[in-house]
Every structure is written in C-alpha cells, then in structure tokens.
Design a protein. Structure first.
Length: 321
C-alpha cells in the first residue's frame, strides 16, 4: 500500500519521532518527545485504552513435555477504545507448570503497554495448557526365570525391562505378601532369590510384580520362577574336617542338602559300624560316637535323597593334630 506520493508506511514517519508509521502506535506524538519502541511518549495528546483481547486457544501437550518445547504466543491482539486491533508483546507466568502432572494449567499473561496506553481489561489475558494423561506402562519383561539353588544368601535371577514408550523411569516392586513374593527380592530392576527360607522340594514359584510410573500408573504382572534342584552328584560335599575344638572346621555336615525335601545322612567307620545318622542337614557331626571321641582316620558317608531317589557315597577324613 502506498500513498498518493508513492510512499509506503514503512517509508514514512508522519510525526517525526523516528518510528516509522507502520510501527508507530501513537501517530501524533508532539515534536521533540522521547518515544518508546511503539513510537509513544509519556505526553501523548490522546490516551489510548486497551479494552479487550483476543481469546487464545488451549494447547494440549503430551505428558512430560518440557516448558521450553511449548510454543506460547509472544504477542497478543488487543482491542483499543478506538476500535483498532493491534498486537502487543506478552509474556506468560508459567510458574505453576509441572510437566509430570497431567491436568489443566492456566497461565496469566503480562502485556507490555506503550507509553500513554492504559490497561482497562477486566483481568489479565490467560492461556490454557493441558498436559495429557500418561499412558500406563505396557509390559514388564524378565530376562531369565530359571535359577539353580546353591548356598548363597542371595541368588541373582534376572533383569526386568519395562515396556513404556512414554517414559524410562519406573519403580519395580514385589506386591507385599502376594504369592511366593516373600522368597524373592527386587533391587532396582534385578530379581533375586532370597535364601532365608528354602522351601525344600519345591521347584516352581509365582511372584506378582508391579511397575509404577512417575504419573502413578501401575502395571501388574505374574511370573513363574523355576528353581532347578541340582542332582545329588553335583552338590558340594566336604571330605575333610578337624574336630579338635579349635573352632575351625570342627563339625561336618552338608548344608546343600537343605533344598531336598527328604534325605538321610549316614556315617560309618571302617568296620561298618554306623557312628552318625541324621535327616536334618542342620545337625552336624562332631566326630564322636555315643559320647566317645573317635580316632582320626577315614570314615564313609552315605547320603540318600528320597526326592530324586539318588544315593551318593564317599570318604570322609577325620583329622586331628
Ligand atoms: Ca512516527
Ligand atoms: Ca509517534
Ligand atoms: Ca578344627
């Protein structure tokens, strides 16, 4: 658009204040006044009143969207008492925003007014930002569900992986007292067998695990964990002990048998006399028979496991200084 002289607004400065007409919101500034970025001085001949603003559309964002990824308008259309619609700069008070909390946020705007303009609005302009709800985690995977029993106080079984396209921060936990959960432990994303209770003879255990995300969604899943009971031939059986009262290796036993439900331990001396018997692996042999301290030498053990119908025989060295 040009005037009769062929000049466009951006080429003219009608009131001579250094701000061209295309920008100047106060086109009749008195000569010599200092003006702001809008071309307005504090001594304008007319006061302009802002009496309304445009209504801004609400913005929906996915859960966990950072504030700096939300585009909020930097200008707002305002209506003056002259009936003009003009853009003025606006900033937003976003202090209430929490990207991890779904819901509706209403931000109040602060308009930058030109000199000699008055705010006659009934309240500050607002813009609504809606943080959408976070979808729940989709699945929980376990890298391994089979383990071999040994005498370690804690046995690593496998790693959990949460399937959740929306977030990678979760809490994984055993539901208290559910199924066989008391026999297991979860540390971080790792599952352990907790050896405090052996449950002799049992090989299959069910656990109930929950995943909780940062929005409070809970996903629950059951897993069946299989314990491999080792064959009798592969368990560790000590073949030497020193019942001399020095506190070191003074008693003989086979703790690894505790994973079996039913078993018997017999010890014989050379001549075939049975000098010790037990069906409880916690009961250890101290190298005596009917209160008599037995001599050093070679003895023989026989272990029978009823669960697996296995028998194992071997030599046992009783040593003393
Ligand atoms: Ca001007
Ligand atoms: Ca002006
Ligand atoms: Ca000893």
């Amino acid at each position: 658009m040009v005037d009769t002289n062929g000049c466009a607004d951006f080429e003219k400065d009608t009131d001579g204040d250094g701000v061209t007409d295309d920008i100047d919101l106060c086109p009749t500034t008195p000569t010599g006044e200092t003006v702001d970025e809008f071309g307005c001085s504090v001594n304008e001949p007319f006061i302009t009143q802002v009496v309304g603003t445009e209504t801004l559309d609400a913005t929906e964002v996915p859960w966990a969207t950072p504030l700096d990824q939300i585009t909020l308008p930097s200008q707002i259309l305002v209506l003056t008492n002259n009936g003009d619609w003009v853009y003025l700069p606006i900033t937003w008070n976003t202090a209430s925003y929490d990207s991890l909390q779904s819901g509706t946020y209403v931000f109040e705007g602060v308009i930058t007014f030109p000199n000699s303009w008055e705010d006659q609005l009934s309240g500050p302009p607002t813009i609504t930002v809606i943080v959408l709800a976070k979808p729940a985690p989709e699945d929980l995977l376990l890298s391994n569900d089979l383990f071999a029993q040994n005498n370690d106080p804690s046995i690593f079984i496998g790693d959990f992986t949460v399937i959740d396209p929306t977030d990678d921060i979760h809490t994984i936990a055993l539901v208290p007292d559910a199924a066989d959960n008391s026999l297991f432990e979860i540390v971080g994303n790792q599952l352990f067998w907790n050896n405090s209770e052996l449950r002799p003879g049992e090989t299959e255990f069910t656990i109930v695990v929950t995943v909780t995300d940062r929005a409070g969604n809970v996903f629950q899943k059951e897993f069946v964990i299989t314990r491999e009971i080792l064959p009798l031939e592969s368990i560790q059986i000590p073949n030497t002990f020193t019942p001399d009262g020095d506190g070191v290796n003074d008693e003989w036993g086979v703790g690894a048998l505790k994973v079996y439900k039913s078993y018997m331990i017999h010890i014989y001396e050379r001549g075939g006399l049975r000098v010790f018997f037990t069906d409880d692996a916690d009961e250890l042999w101290d190298g005596t028979y009917l209160g008599t301290v037995l001599p050093r030498g070679t003895y023989y053990f026989v272990i029978e496991v009823k669960d697996t119908q296995e028998t194992r025989k071997g030599m046992l060295n009783l040593l003393r200084n």
